[in-house]
Design a protein around this ligand. Structure first.
Ligand code: PLP
Length: 442
């Protein structure tokens, strides 16, 4: 028995020893198709030759430089490449080591921005129920996952939560998708007015919701209305694309599909594609200039910000994605995956919804399709499916019942962008087997 402190202390899980394209291999040589890319991390697969070479070269040249140096070459090139492809007037990139660090930094930057421009009362963050923004205390406070939050309460920031944009579960029959989107977006305005606009700093949301609800995209017009409301009341829009960004939805940045640009954008996971731990927070020119013209530095930082090897890996990842047309491939293979899932489960009595964008897809399981009644959360159905799929050699990402602060059971699929047609069939076959083995007997 090793002395590693694992996340799950009681589970008997195998040890991973190798990666090969879309597959992970354990110590017994068993191969698992990585159908969730970890949690939407492994966008290029597990043995990308260009990224491996970039990491090896950088580690030989310069592994680490202290922040006495302004930046490093790969950090500068990566920031320029991200900004050249970024939405709106995002202008600066602050590198961190992962998703929670990115969202935490975003909250602190928003706070410092309002201090710099002499609006110190603005410190309230509004976020959405059924969302996840990370596990550090500020990010945890912002997330709308009660089960995760409550055990660490009281949390550290002024926060309130409004409804998510979750069409399958919450659109009323008489409403069009557009009207539904406007109604839930207007909850933001109501909350800003309730709190007093002069106290509200930011609204934080995932463009396509990942870990809490299985790839839930917004309805058309929702984020446009959110942007309008933020502009009207001087509230910063922070988009958390830690899971759904970096090509995952078939666009380099998920918000491109909604034609909306944030003031602050958080990315991680697919940025390093698993080859190095890296995240980033990107901010608008206006925010950067307020800091530059004010105190002159962002009062934040970690030892490994802008790590040369991490940024070199991410540079190879983003170049690979763009040069090899992999963002487009995510869109195309995502449509094929959706078609295959609908063909197999579209009539299944316990599959209520199949949704998503690009290679970011969710399957929602229900006890009754007509009434959309979820399964009893104590069954832990999605977790049973994950276990059965794992035994069959497929890794998928489950969300089960109210334990996760989530309404119902969902399976998230987020395979590498290099997935082939045959592998889509493999994923769907193994998922069907796992669902069949896990459903309760009636
Ligand atoms: N934000 C979102 C939307 C996420 O899905 C996650 C992780 O799942 C995070 C933030 C936190 O990222 P990390 O686990 O890298 O800290």
């Amino acid at each position: 028995m090793s002395h590693v402190f694992p996340r799950h202390t009681k589970a008997q899980l195998p040890t991973a020893v190798a990666g090969d394209g879309c597959y992970l291999i354990d110590a017994d040589g068993k191969r698992y198709f990585d159908g969730s890319g970890g949690a939407a991390v492994s966008c290029l697969g597990h043995s990308d030759a260009d990224v491996i070479r970039a990491v090896q070269e950088q580690v030989g040249k310069l592994a680490f430089a202290h922040t006495s140096f302004l930046t490093s070459e790969p950090a500068e090139e990566l920031a320029d490449l991200l900004i050249a492809n970024a939405p709106g007037d995002l202008d600066r990139v602050y590198f961190v080591s992962g998703g929670s660090e990115a969202t935490e930094a975003a909250i602190k930057l928003a706070r410092q921005y309002y201090l710099e421009i002499d609006q110190p009362k603005r410190r309230h963050v509004i976020a959405r129920r059924q969302s996840y923004h990370g596990n550090t205390l500020g990010a945890l406070a912002a997330g709308g996952n009660e089960w995760r939050r409550q055990q660490f309460a009281p949390l550290l920031i002024d926060i309130s939560h409004i409804a998510p944009c979750y069409e399958y579960a919450e659109r009323r029959e008489a409403e069009t998708p557009h009207d539904y989107g406007q109604r839930v977006a207007n909850e933001l305005e109501a909350e800003i007015l309730r709190l007093g606009p002069e106290t509200v700093m930011a609204f934080m949301a995932e463009p396509v919701v990942g870990a809490t609800s299985g790839a839930v995209p917004p309805v058309e017009g929702y984020f446009k209305r959110v942007r309008e409301i933020c502009d009207q009341y001087g509230v910063l829009l922070i988009l958390d694309e830690v899971m759904c960004g970096m090509g995952r939805t078939g666009h380099l940045f998920a918000c491109d599909a909604d034609d909306v640009a944030p003031d602050i954008l958080c990315i991680a996971k697919g940025l390093g594609a698993g080859y190095q731990p890296i995240g980033a927070m990107m901010c608008s020119k206006q925010i950067y200039q307020a800091i530059e013209g004010g105190s002159g530095f962002f009062q934040h930082g970690h030892t490994y910000i802008g790590h040369p090897v991490a940024t070199a890996a991410a540079l190879a990842v983003v170049r690979g994605m763009l040069d090899r047309g992999l963002v487009q491939r995510s869109a195309e293979m995502g449509e094929k995956l959706q078609t295959a899932l609908v063909a197999r489960f579209g009539q299944h009595p316990n599959v209520g919804d199949i949704r998503g964008r690009g290679l970011f897809r969710g399957v929602e399981l229900v006890a009754d399709r007509e009434t959309k009644t979820p399964f009893d959360p104590s069954l832990g159905l999605a977790k049973k499916i994950k276990k059965a799929a794992f035994e069959a050699g497929l890794i998928c990402y489950p969300m089960s019942g109210t334990r996760d602060g989530v309404n119902g059971d969902h399976i998230l699929l987020a395979p590498p962008f290099i997935i082939s047609d045959e592998q889509i069939t493999e994923v769907v076959d193994k998922l069907e087997l796992a669902i069949g083995q896990s459903l309760p007997e009636v």
